[in-house]
Design a protein around this ligand. Structure first.
Ligand SMILES: NC(=O)C1=CN([C@@H]2O[C@H](COP(=O)(O)OP(=O)(O)OC[C@H]3O[C@@H](n4cnc5c(N)ncnc54)[C@H](O)[C@@H]3O)[C@@H](O)[C@H]2O)C=CC1
Ligand SMILES: O=C(O)[C@@H]1CCC=N1
Length: 272
């Protein structure tokens, strides 16, 4: 079984580690280097994985190095590990938003075994979705290894062009937050109509759950499901017309375009 070294033990690392352990990856073959002692200790206590004393300690002899730090600290982390990574040549997986293969080549040199992946926070409950991109030079064994690590937290989707990883980030990486925002807004609106907060919350959250479960199982797609809820001149039509008149689709497109652009900015600010 591959030894996986996590650089950074924050929210996404915890989600991925939890998924790997649930899938039966041996705890002794997962290491984490996390500078916040409480976070590192909690990962060790919860999953029985191995705490590394430093990033260098974590990667020494590892088969896979998974970068789970913020985009803004990636350059520092890579430069610190450059010599050791070029000696060991482990498979590198980055889940950082925006950070490109060109960024990594600038910090680590060329001829990398590098995969970019974009999971999302539902990974924490095994309900994530991950977009994965591999440079054409990455071989089939490395692709399969990366996909098997990420499949621990949900399905994976291969993306053919690196530039599209920013769109993946904007749609599914950030996407849970958009649905949470809609839930927040609907709960508040229900309360404004006189429902108690607990009642509004229960109604909204279970509606979201039911709608998502129907949508993933419906080959006809969400538009048809929406039509089936919408009785002519009924309540749903009244709400949908209000959403449409307010520019809901255009606003969604603008928000996702802005998130995509932000991914590109992160890459440029990181220096590549
Ligand atoms: N939060 C999300 O929904 C998603 C985040 N991502 C990406 O995952 C990465 C991590 O994000 P989160 O887990 O949300 O952030 P986080 O802040 O929870 O975790 C990052 C961890 O890195 C640690 N760290 C900081 N400097 C370090 C260093 N020099 N060496 C080792 N560890 C260091 C921090 O102490 C922190 O615990 C980011 O690059 C983000 O773009 C990707 C998909 C979804
Ligand atoms: O907001 C962010 O930058 C990260 C990437 C996707 C979700 N969270």
């Amino acid at each position: 079984m591959s030894t996986i070294a996590f650089i950074g033990g924050g929210n996404m690392a915890r989600s991925l580690i939890g998924g790997l352990i649930t899938r039966g990856h041996p705890a002794g073959a997962i290491r984490v280097a996390e500078p916040v002692p409480t976070l590192q200790d909690a990962l060790v206590a919860d999953f029985g994985i191995v705490a590394a004393d430093s990033n260098l300690d974590a990667i020494t002899g590892a088969d896979v190095v998974l970068f789970a730090v913020k985009p803004q600290v990636m350059a520092t982390v890579c430069l610190e590990l450059r010599a050791a990574l070029s000696a060991g040549r482990p498979l590198l997986i980055s889940i950082a938003a925006g950070i490109s293969l060109a960024n990594f080549e600038q910090w680590l040199g060329t001829d990398l075994r590098l995969i970019r992946a974009m999971p999302n926070t539902p990974a924490l409950i095994g309900a994530g979705i991950t977009g994965i991109y591999a440079d054409p030079a990455v071989d089939a064994d490395d692709r399969a290894l990366a996909a098997s690590v990420l499949a621990a937290v949900g399905p994976t989707v291969w993306i053919e062009q690196e530039a599209l990883m920013d769109a993946v980030t904007a749609v599914s990486g950030s996407g849970p937050a958009y649905f949470f925002l809609l839930m927040e807004s609907m709960i508040a609106a229900g309360v404004a109509q006189g429902l108690s907060e607990p009642a509004a919350r229960e109604l909204v959250l279970n509606t979201a759950l039911g709608a998502a479960r129907m949508a993933v199982n419906e080959p006809l797609g969400p538009a048809e499901l929406r039509r089936r809820v919408t009785s002519p001149n009924g309540t749903t039509q009244a709400a949908i017309e209000t959403f449409e008149a307010g520019g809901f689709r255009e606003l969604t497109a603008r928000a996702i375009a802005r998130a995509t652009e932000r991914g590109r900015e992160l890459s440029q600010q990181a220096g590549g």
